[in-house]
Design a protein around this ligand. Structure first.
Ligand SMILES: *Cc1c(COP(=O)(O)O)cnc(C)c1O
Length: 429
């Protein structure tokens, strides 16, 4: 069962949760002065409209017409009831998912990539530099920049560059230049490249490389695919659509579940609903952030100021962190291997509005395979983390004979991750 929205029901504003926080968000700090970063400093790598959104106290921010037009290529996305999964589990719970895997790059990430490309374009920028792990963000930015005639340069973690050629090809197909990282082209990359030209790389190193490119060249900016307030803001289109879709069914979720890498798809689905918990309209809803045991940022990290990258080029941000030099084991859910999380999500978690749990890879893939065998769609390994939690909640509902409503984000499809499923099916984990 699917709930579609018509094109004219596409939300026309993003939702900013910041005005609902009980205390101000701890600001990003300049690593040199330890004072809040000035907007002028951020202007070296970000365009003004995005800096304004980063600091905005407005609850509603209009989505530009140009962005809405491109969203229209795949949005509104369907809300789907996972009836076969419910039947298989014999649960009285109703399970719904928001299918973000229907976008051309196959995940939620173009929701912000398109917006960021647009604001950079109208600010006179010619090129965007970025990093990518498994390639989901890089391919989303490549997809987005071509609509606005921007160049796109992607530093791709070398291990993935070698193991995942299809995402690299996708980026090149959408016109991007892709460099394996660490590369010899930046100071940040060189220090690792010269020791070992086959260095497998990390997301932290690749971020440092992309930021350095933006620092160096006036017409090049940097784009980040998660963590920052403006990224989470752009992703709220997911939750705003889902809210409308649930309304059409006359239902309100008791549980909302999402996987967390940096926190953007989770926040995107959750924040519009979380507002109603904060205001006391729907106090019962539980929000579950799911992470891998191999990178347990919320469940095991410390809440403190830390760098966003490995080399220390980014501002210090207050977040749950495993340490900027933390190198997670190479699990297949590449999008969840980040040492920190979005400051906005961390603050809400710190204040008890959000719960978190972590699962080992084997259980996650078992859940992903069950989903594929009942619902058909192969989930991204990242999204399978959310599915694992949903299955556990649905089984709890069965035990307690509770007809609860569960909503989760299918943040992406897994058709570029088949080699990971292959390894799982062959028992090679
Ligand atoms: C990148 C990615 C994630 C993790 O990033 P968040 O910012 O935490 O959403 C999750 N799922 C998919 C499919 C991704 O591509």
């Amino acid at each position: 069962m699917k709930v579609y929205l018509s094109p004219d029901e596409l939300p026309r504003k993003w939702f900013n949760i910041v005005p609902y926080l009980s205390e101000p968000l701890p600001p990003p700090l300049d690593p040199e002065t330890k004072k809040p970063v000035s907007p002028e400093k951020l202007l070296v790598i970000f365009p003004m409209p995005l800096i304004e959104q980063e600091m905005s106290m407005e609850e509603w921010i209009p989505i530009p017409e140009e962005v809405l037009q491109i969203y229209g290529l795949w949005r509104p996305t369907p809300l789907i009831r996972a009836l076969n999964l419910e039947r298989f589990l014999e649960t009285p719970a109703k399970i719904f998912y928001k299918h973000e895997g229907v976008s051309p790059p196959g995940s939620h990430k173009p929701n912000t990539a398109v917006s960021q490309a647009y604001y950079n374009k109208i600010s006179g920028i010619k090129k965007l530099a970025t990093e990518t792990g498994a390639g989901q963000w890089g391919s989303s930015l490549a997809f987005a920049t071509q609509f606005f005639g921007l160049e796109c340069e992607v530093y791709m973690v070398r291990a993935s560059f070698k193991q995942k050629p299809y995402r690299r090809i996708l980026m090149e197909l959408w016109g991007a230049k892709v460099e394996p990282s660490p590369s010899p082209h930046t100071k940040a990359g060189k220090q690792f490249y010269e020791i070992d030209p086959e260095h497998p790389g990390s997301l932290g190193i690749a971020i440092s490389e992309a930021i350095e490119r933006a620092f160096e060249d006036k017409s090049t900016n940097y784009a980040l695919g998660s963590v920052l307030n403006h990224v989470l803001l752009h992703q709220t289109i997911i939750g705003l659509e889902a809210e409308l879709q649930m309304q059409k069914l006359g239902l309100y979720p008791d549980y909302i579940v999402g996987c967390v890498g940096g926190g953007s798809n989770f926040a995107g689905l959750v924040f519009p609903f979380l507002k109603h918990k904060i205001t006391g309209e729907h106090p019962q809803t539980e929000f579950w952030a799911v992470e891998p045991e191999a990178c347990p940022t919320l469940t095991k990290g410390e809440y403190r100021y830390d760098y966003g990258d490995t080399v220390g080029l980014t501002p210090l941000i207050k977040m749950y962190t495993l340490g900027a030099d933390f190198v997670p084991s190479p699990i297949h859910a590449g999008g969840l291997r980040y040492h920190g999380d979005a400051p906005l999500l961390c603050a809400l978690y710190h204040h008890g509005f959000i719960k978190a749990c972590a699962y080992p890879q084997e259980e996650v893939f078992k859940a992903g395979v069950l989903f594929a065998r009942t619902e058909g769609t192969v989930p991204a390994p990242e999204s399978a983390h959310a599915i694992k939690k949903v299955i556990d909640l649905a089984l709890e509902c069965k035990k307690n004979k509770e007809e609860k409503v569960i909503l989760f984000n299918l943040s992406g499809h897994g058709y570029f991750d088949l080699s990971a499923y292959d390894a799982y099916l062959r028992g090679e984990f």
